[in-house]
Design a protein around this ligand. Structure first.
Ligand SMILES: [Mn+2]
Length: 329
């Protein structure tokens, strides 16, 4: 594989010709979506048409917000006639990463996950990069393509999420790509997308959480009752962490046939993972680390101790259980 950036771009372009139908396959997340958009831009006027298809079901509200607000055209693989394509491109994934992807023989793979033995006429895998979007930003630069606001915003968000704001595996190339995109990206829109984790119907849980909370000596407990998605417990817990004099947050909810309990702490005093394990570990699964933990208890087991239908009793039961067994005083 050529090492020089322009040689790489040439070798990439050699895989395509003007009359081809190109299918870009992704496991959709912001890095994969934005990388696919960049490939589509690189192939503009260099292929007959280009379709981006995702193999996963997109559930995360922020990912859905990205697609909606940036007006990105994606199709689920089940709605795509895959036989009509001459060229398959995989970005941010390799065939072994997903059973649907495994059914394809890609002509091009561009990724930052460790090399899995994947083969293709053109492969560019850089496992030290924090995001595939950083790699594709370099391709755009080599091709002297100035990204549109939409593309720059998507790539910027891709790098931001995959590196978790540069808290995860990152190299200087990621920082450089990020800096380059910053000039063209709509940073305000990125902020809006990033914060679009909630649906309007989730708001009632916040209202109940605030009204029913027990707040004493830096501890906030709140049981949300039945929830349509356990993520709402995490969102409420993270929200309460913003309360200046709260050191410990314990938010619970009933999801399906389980009680889910989310722990958050400032991580300075006792260990959240240990408190979760000591207080609830015998009843189900529990664990975590210093500042974050989670426990899940099957309702069949909970029923022998407290009535799961009675939200007030469940909240009191959790408070007492943590006070007696978790070491809270
Ligand atoms: Mn990625």
């Amino acid at each position: 594989m050529p090492s020089n950036k322009n040689q790489k771009l040439d070798a990439f372009y050699q895989q395509f010709s003007g009359e081809q139908h190109v299918l870009i396959l992704i496991n959709a997340d912001p890095d994969a979506i934005s990388s696919a958009m960049a490939v589509k831009r690189l192939l503009w006027r260099k292929a007959a048409n280009i379709t981006i298809a995702h193999v996963n079901i997109i559930k995360r509200q922020d990912n859905l917000a990205m697609i909606r607000r940036l007006n990105i055209k994606l199709d689920h693989i089940s709605n795509v006639e895959t036989q009509r394509f001459d060229r398959i491109v995989m970005v941010d994934s390799q065939p072994v990463h997903h059973e649907i992807l495994a059914g394809f023989k890609p002509h091009v793979i561009i990724d930052h996950h460790p090399l899995s033995g994947a083969e293709a006429p053109y492969i560019d895998i850089r496992p030290n990069y924090g995001a595939t979007a950083s790699i594709l930003t370099e391709y755009l630069k080599s091709a002297k393509i100035k990204p549109s606001t939409k593309l720059a915003t998507a790539l910027y968000y891709g790098i931001k999420t995959d590196t978790s704001n540069f808290e995860r595996q990152t190299i200087i190339e990621d920082v450089r790509a990020f800096q380059y995109l910053f000039k063209a990206a709509d940073v305000q829109l990125v902020k809006k997308i990033d914060q679009s984790e909630m649906r309007s119907r989730d708001l009632k849980h916040f209202k109940n959480a605030i009204e029913n909370k027990r707040f004493r000596k830096g501890w906030i407990f709140s049981h949300l009752g039945k929830v349509g998605n356990p993520d709402i417990c995490v969102m409420v817990a993270d929200f309460f962490m913003r309360v200046n004099d709260a050191n410990w947050i314990v938010i619970s909810g009933i999801y399906g046939n389980k009680l889910v309990v989310i722990f958050r702490s400032d991580g300075l005093r006792r260990n959240a993972g240990r408190i979760a394990t000591k207080s609830l570990g015998q009843l189900g699964s529990a664990g975590g680390h210093k500042s974050m933990a989670r426990a899940e208890i099957p309702l069949v087991d909970l029923k022998t101790l407290v009535d799961p239908e009675n939200d007030k009793k469940v909240q009191n039961w959790i408070v007492n259980r943590i006070r007696l067994r978790g070491g809270k005083n």
